[in-house]
Design a protein. Structure first.
Length: 300
């Protein structure tokens, strides 16, 4: 009924069913039908209309004055909200993992801030999974899909995981020649990838591994440092180790094998309309990661 009251106020303001229909983008027949339904619901004739006349009944005048301020306030607030949602000028609160934000996405953040200085970015970095609705963040970035029906999720990219070690470690230990050889080595694991689902890009064979770790750490950067220090072998995201592979500080082993691909998702609360600022960032992240995928497509 509230939608029909909104419609009635617009009819009176336009002094015409046809003009109200045009303003609201609906057929004139629909406007006439809904006005008739409203009159039936309240039990009064609200408008006397003929080919030449359009006048409010006494009850219609009372009804209009009772609701016109409410409808006008609603329309004004709606216009203000649409303006705010459509503008890039304003705050944008984002949750994102610390690891990829300070490695893979570091140049992306710099480019985004430089390109959109009018967006007041509030970036909260944490490797813990924060409650998105409770945080009142506009959008979040996560590794892997989230098991929540209260979130919209969009995959925007992916990261390969590779087996790596250091020259120092290989100087003191024989290089593994096949996956089964890993049982004779010190393996450093992460809680995020406790089981290794390995994929051979040459044969397309998949082989699950349940490695026995010498230590398990919940921070990828520390694991990377331990491997750099010659303390073992780890399965690490390419985004974290690319620079070390390029300098030779880390060495890829069993290069025909790679670990699970870790998908990157943008998330926002279901039922929440994304502002243009959040949409801008989401698309910016996706475009950046697409370029990274092209650059890294030969890394198997």
């Amino acid at each position: 009924m509230k939608d029909d009251i909104f419609l009635f106020v617009n009819i009176v303001q336009q002094q015409s069913l046809a003009k109200a229909a045009a303003k609201l983008g609906m057929p004139a027949a629909t406007v006439s039908r809904r006005l008739k339904y409203l009159e039936e619901q309240i039990g009064y004739k609200l408008i006397h209309r003929s080919a030449r006349a359009f006048t409010l009944s006494t009850q219609g005048d009372v009804f209009y004055n009772a609701y016109v301020d409410i409808v006008e306030q609603f329309e004004a607030r709606q216009q203000q909200l649409e303006k705010q949602m459509g503008s890039l000028d304003g705050p944008l609160k984002v949750l994102a993992p610390n690891n990829i934000s300070t490695s893979l996405l570091r140049p992306m953040w710099s480019s985004f801030i430089a390109k959109y200085p009018e967006i007041k970015l509030d970036l909260n970095l944490s490797n813990d999974t924060q409650n998105l609705p409770a945080s009142r963040a506009d959008i979040a970035l996560r590794i892997g899909p989230q098991a929540s029906s209260a979130l919209y999720q969009k995959r925007v990219g992916s990261i390969k995981t590779l087996l790596v070690t250091s020259a120092h470690y290989l100087a003191n230990n024989p290089a593994p020649e096949q996956l089964s050889d890993l049982t004779n080595h010190r393996l450093i694991g992460t809680h995020h990838i406790a089981h290794w689902q390995m994929y051979n890009h040459t044969t397309a064979k998949q082989q699950p591994l349940r490695p026995k770790f010498s230590c398990i750490i919940n921070d990828v950067k520390l694991i990377t440092q331990l491997v750099l220090d010659g303390l073992g072998i780890a399965l690490l995201p390419h985004s974290e180790i690319q620079q070390y592979l390029e300098t030779g500080s880390l060495i890829r082993i069993l290069p025909q094998w790679q670990g699970p691909v870790r998908d990157i998702y943008t998330l926002w609360p279901s039922g929440k309309l994304l502002s243009n600022r959040a949409l801008c960032l989401r698309d910016f992240i996706e475009q950046f990661l697409q370029k990274e995928q092209i650059i890294q497509k030969d890394i198997c």
